[in-house]
Design a binder for this molecule. Structure first.
Ligand code: SF4
Length: 438
């Protein structure tokens, strides 16, 4: 279906950027381009690169929900939006932009470990979200995950509703959970794959029927309403026997950078340093996807790109071209082990220039040390949706408190050191300890 080009009256109030809601930040406007299942064609990538140059500062961010953001946008909002809609980067219905929050695994459909190709169901769910007016009352942050059992999968990001494929009696089913993630939580029940859309619809309608105006997320509702009461009212027959409730999602073991296993071909994962793409990087990746693959790209929750369906014979020149653009293809690379939010350079809440300080920390992390470090300018933790093994929380320009993840503690974990410079933090973190395994 063609995107809706008709202007909308006004975006509804929210702090989240969207295609029509260009949110002001210290470095200009931010426009978020939501990608269906993280998928992007080479032509669309080029359109985003052009938009970032023409209407923004040239900074393009890969988000931790597999979307893109254009930063530093000036006054030409209408022209930018038209440009993006013309490239097919809008929703089916303008009012549906905020709610099309469905995350898939980067190699959905081609990951050799997957139980099922979830892309057809994902298309149905996105269609439901975008074209059902009643569902547009959901918060712009309300998010779903559809996991097909892939080996390259982010299983630690909490979602309001998660679905995960499993096989029971040689048939595909979907286990599901609320306000959590398949990597940590036991399923509440399961339905046959063919009932996946009905389950999603029932959960969303039930949430909207029960939630108060202050309860925009599932975890908030479940503080007042038990999960039992919630699922009892879904009006669906759920399988809740030991085979389902005792099932646990197998850990995902695939690295997210470098050569990635896929059915029929080869995929390559690359990351821009600290999640920021230049227009040249995005254009270059699009060119390689066209030359050596099927002209498609996928964004990932690790703020990186995947080029799927590549010709294995072209591996060496593609890797060389992407490296030449400054894209990282090794998880051991120090900059691949550091995440940082926008920080004081572009966000009024930021207490420190996290992007700059992250480079200082990364330069002190030697290859081989297992640390994975998150620098955040304030407790909102925009760069990561899960808790990193080590978090540096800014307290002043160039000063951080260090937390180490501890499953027994809420938030960032246990406070290990206060008021560190990036140099002091980098030296402390360049230690292979069992606490820092990611
Ligand atoms: S974590 Fe805080 S400082 Fe960093 S981008 Fe988000 S709101 Fe801004």
């Amino acid at each position: 279906m063609k995107p809706t080009h008709a202007p909308v009256a006004a975006p509804r109030p929210s702090a989240c950027p969207g295609l029509w809601r260009i949110v002001a930040a210290a470095d200009g406007g931010i426009c978020r381009v939501k990608l269906p299942g993280g998928q992007l064609s080479a032509e669309q990538a080029e359109a985003v690169a052009e938009a970032a140059e023409r209407y923004g500062s040239g900074v393009i961010e890969a988000t931790n929900r597999a979307n893109l953001q254009i930063r530093g946008i000036g006054a030409q909002h209408a022209a930018l939006i038209d440009h993006l809609l013309g490239a097919g980067l809008g929703p089916r219905e303008a009012a549906g932009d905020d709610v099309r929050n469905l995350m898939l695994s980067p190699l959905a459909g081609v990951d050799p470990a997957s139980v099922v190709d979830v892309r057809p169901l994902a298309g149905q769910i996105l269609h439901l979200l975008e074209t059902t007016p009643a569902l547009h009352a959901l918060s712009a942050k309300f998010a779903l995950q559809l996991d097909g059992g892939e080996d390259l999968a982010m299983l630690a990001h909490p979602h309001d509703l998660w679905l995960s494929a499993l096989t029971l009696e040689q048939r595909p089913w979907l286990a599901f959970g609320l306000a959590g993630c398949p990597g940590h939580d036991a399923p509440l029940g399961a339905v046959p794959l063919a009932q996946g859309l009905a389950l999603v619809h029932a959960v969303l309608e039930r949430f909207l029927a029960l939630a108060s105006p202050e309860q925009s997320r599932m975890r908030q509702l479940l503080q007042d309403c038990s999960t039992q009461v919630f699922i009892d009212g879904l009006g669906l027959t759920l399988r809740r026997d030991a085979a389902v409730c005792g099932w646990r999602r197998a850990p995902a073991t695939s690295a997210w950078l470098g050569l990635l296993a896929q059915r029929d071909g080869m995929a390559l994962g690359v990351a821009p340093p600290l999640g920021r793409l230049t227009p040249a990087m995005l254009r270059g990746a699009a060119q390689q996807a066209r030359l050596a693959g099927d002209g498609s790209l996928r964004l990932t929750p690790w703020q990186s790109l995947v080029l799927p369906n590549l010709d294995p014979q072209r591996r060496v020149p593609v890797q060389a071209a992407l490296a030449h653009l400054g894209l990282i293809d090794q998880v051991q690379h120090p900059l691949a082990r550091v995440a940082a939010c926008t920080g004081a350079n572009g966000c009024a809440r930021g207490l420190a220039d996290t992007k700059r300080d992250a480079r200082v920390v990364a330069a002190l992390l030697h290859r081989g040390a297992p640390a994975s470090v998150h620098l955040t300018g304030c407790p909102r933790s925009c760069a990561l949706a899960h808790v990193a093994p080590a978090t540096l929380l800014a307290r002043a320009p160039g000063r951080y408190d260090l937390y180490l993840r501890d499953a027994r503690l809420p938030g960032f974990g246990s406070l290990r050191a206060c008021d560190l410079t990036p140099e002091e933090a980098g030296a402390m973190l360049d230690l292979p300890t069992e606490h820092l395994d990611d």
